[in-house]
Design a protein around this ligand. Structure first.
Ligand code: XMP
Length: 305
């Protein structure tokens, strides 16, 4: 484990030195990594920090409003790019194509907005496992068609590059970030799009957003899973009154893990699962069936795509 106070002092010095009087921009997602980076940079360069939050429309319920509340004091820019992302995803069914389309759109939107701030230095919350995954080519997170975001800037600062997630959480506490950020579950960059199997539509995103909110309400406080989620895995037959109908199948996943590389499903009490099923089918129009995923990673991944 790192020496927290020493790390904070050195990271602030590093950011100040590498920024060298220039303005710094960061894509703030509200995740613990980018939030810690922003908090360090705010101490290092003050109002030369320009955090940008891109509302992709693929975020969880209430997330954009919450981020506005939490980071408004840092002169946060909130970009409404919901339509752009939906348009970029239209008709795409292949998981990797989906990730690419989202990554590419993200870079376009972010570059466009970053230019408006005049910042020439990019601050990124990359942590050690991100570098390993990107180098190993496991998933395409950080660049698009070999054109990394970094290219558009004079300089890049990655103060968390050698840290693991649990170390970043300790830093978040030491920097006085709210508990909900410090203990925030991992959430994938491509957002709810990787929790919809097949093509993404506004309707499916709404359904999966509501299902994720229910799962989090029922599980996060009581069971503190490392990560929990709901995914839309297909259509099946259901019945309402005496009418058979086609409805969504929601799969619930709750896992414990250290770093996301391996994971084990939680052994949840049946009544909790039953409550999630009855809430999802009653509260979300079009949901016909709810299942619980008991597969460890490996062989299954945590996300569905
Ligand atoms: P998988 O699904 O590969 O996920 O078992 C492992 C962990 O990584 C998160 N994840 C991502 N995070 N961009 C991210 O920033 C991504 O494209 C991405 N895909 C998966 C996932 O939520 C889990 O915590």
């Amino acid at each position: 484990m790192i020496n927290t106070e020493k790390f904070i002092t050195e990271a602030i010095d590093e950011i100040r030195r590498d920024a060298a009087g220039r303005s710094v921009v960061i894509a703030l997602s509200g995740g613990v990594d980018s939030s810690v980076c922003a908090a360090l940079a705010a101490r290092a360069v003050g109002d030369r920090l320009h955090p940008i939050y891109v509302d992709t429309g693929l975020m969880r319920k209430g997330e954009t409003d919450r981020i506005r509340e939490l980071f408004g004091h840092l002169a946060l820019t909130v970009v409404d790019a919901r339509e752009e992302f939906l348009a970029a995803l239209r008709g795409i069914t292949d998981p990797e194509e989906k990730r690419k389309a989202i990554g590419e759109r993200f870079i376009r939107v972010f570059e466009r907005e970053a230019k408006k701030t005049g910042a020439t230095v990019l601050l990124q919350g990359t942590i050690y496992p991100d570098r390993i995954e990107s180098e190993g080519g496991i998933k395409s997170h950080h660049n698009v068609g070999g054109m990394p975001l970094e290219c558009a800037f004079e300089g890049v600062i990655e103060p968390l590059r050698d840290l693991y997630k649990d170390e970043v959480r300790v830093l978040a506490g030491a920097l006085g970030l709210p508990k909900e950020i410090q203990h925030r579950m991992p959430f994938p960059g491509p957002g709810l799009a990787v929790r919809v199997i097949g093509d993404v539509t506004a309707e499916k995103i709404e359904v999966v957003r509501e299902a994720n909110a229910i799962v989090e309400e029922e599980l996060v406080e009581t069971f503190a899973p490392w990560q929990c989620l709901a995914a839309l895995v297909g259509l099946g037959t259901g019945v309402k009154g005496d009418v058979r109908l086609h409805g969504w199948i929601v799969s619930v996943r709750a896992v414990n893990s250290r770093d996301g590389m391996t994971a084990d499903p939680l052994e949840l009490p049946f009544e909790v699962l039953a409550r999630i099923a009855s809430r999802c089918t009653a509260e979300i129009p079009g949901v016909a069936r709810v299942v619980y995923d008991v597969t460890p990673k490996p062989p299954a991944t945590i996300e569905y795509e």
